[in-house]
Design a protein around this ligand. Structure first.
Ligand SMILES: [Fe+2]
Length: 294
């Protein structure tokens, strides 16, 4: 049975007033992992923290395993009965959004000025999963999970206005070893501008584009994708990224540029290479406070 650690981060933002604090649970890269009966160990750990909001930073499924859809639903649906759950997509979700479907790549990224999408073709033996993925999304949305595909939602917590944006990027942004470059101007085209009045959260699966997230001026970006670098070499360092880059920047942990923060989770699961060294699965909690109250 897999195990996990709880990892806590505190960040400061002048957009939070007085003693108000925003507590967030961050889930990433579940990839079909199951923690207890119907995820009860994860659910209990999250409930014990009394969070305001749950963010899922993508790859909550494993594209080649149908039962990974159940593992994700067992986690996200019960949580959505208690607190808002916002879900941004990773590469394992994006692969099912073909460009000939409504909402597929061609439609989703037509606003970009350059041709950035090169479709990831699913092998024919996996085509039946496309319908399963659609059913999975529908079940989540019916249960109240907020899927954000270059969309945003505004919520108020303890009189703090929070704008949550889920970034969806073309599959070519996940290509190894040279992903397509994504800039703040592209995020602007896909999602609009960062909200200057509200506390702006950006759910963005890959931390590779961290400089763009900072330039876009997200107050807090949450990411995953790197699985802690397989071999973790410290609080923020890991051995290798899924792009096959050694010692990647923004591998895991917390980073910032001015008031713009990034938290990268080491994730709750893995796939192709099921190895982790000094790199346990993580359930991440982030508390946001006013600098004077920190
Ligand atoms: Fe990923």
């Amino acid at each position: 049975m897999p195990d996990f650690v709880k990892r806590y981060y505190e960040i400061q933002s002048p957009k939070l007033q007085g003693k108000a604090a925003l507590k967030i649970a961050l889930l990433a890269d579940l990839h079909g992992a199951v923690y207890g009966h119907r995820q009860d160990r994860l659910l209990q750990a999250i409930e014990a923290e009394d969070c305001d909001l749950v963010l899922a930073a993508g790859d909550m499924i494993l594209r080649i395993r149908e039962n990974s859809f159940t593992a994700a639903k067992d986690l996200l649906i019960p949580l959505s009965k208690q607190v808002p759950v916002c879900y941004g997509l990773g590469n394992h979700e994006e692969v099912f959004l073909y460009d000939d479907q409504p909402g597929g790549e061609a439609e989703a990224f037509s606003v970009l000025q350059h041709s950035v999408y090169r479709r990831k073709r699913l092998p024919p033996k996996e085509h039946h999963l496309i319908e399963d993925y659609r059913t999975f999304e529908s079940a989540l949305e019916e249960a109240g999970v907020i899927l954000l595909k270059n969309q945003r939602v505004r919520k108020s917590f303890h009189s703090v206005m929070v704008d949550i944006c889920g970034l969806r990027v073309p599959y070519s942004c996940y290509h190894k070893p040279f992903p397509f470059g994504l800039h703040a101007s592209d995020i602007e085209l896909l999602c609009g501008s960062a909200n200057q009045e509200a506390f702006q959260i950006l759910i963005a699966h890959s931390p590779y584009f961290a400089p763009a997230y900072f330039t876009w001026q997200a107050d807090l970006t949450v990411s995953g994708h790197y699985h802690g670098g397989i071999l973790r070499l410290g609080k923020r360092r890991g051995l290798v990224s899924p792009y096959l880059h050694p010692f990647p920047s923004y591998c895991v942990g917390d980073f910032h540029r001015g008031d713009s923060h990034l938290v990268v989770s080491a994730g709750l699961g893995e796939h192709t290479l099921p190895v982790r060294l000094f790199n346990p699965h993580e359930l991440v909690f982030i508390t946001v406070k006013n600098p004077e109250e920190a």
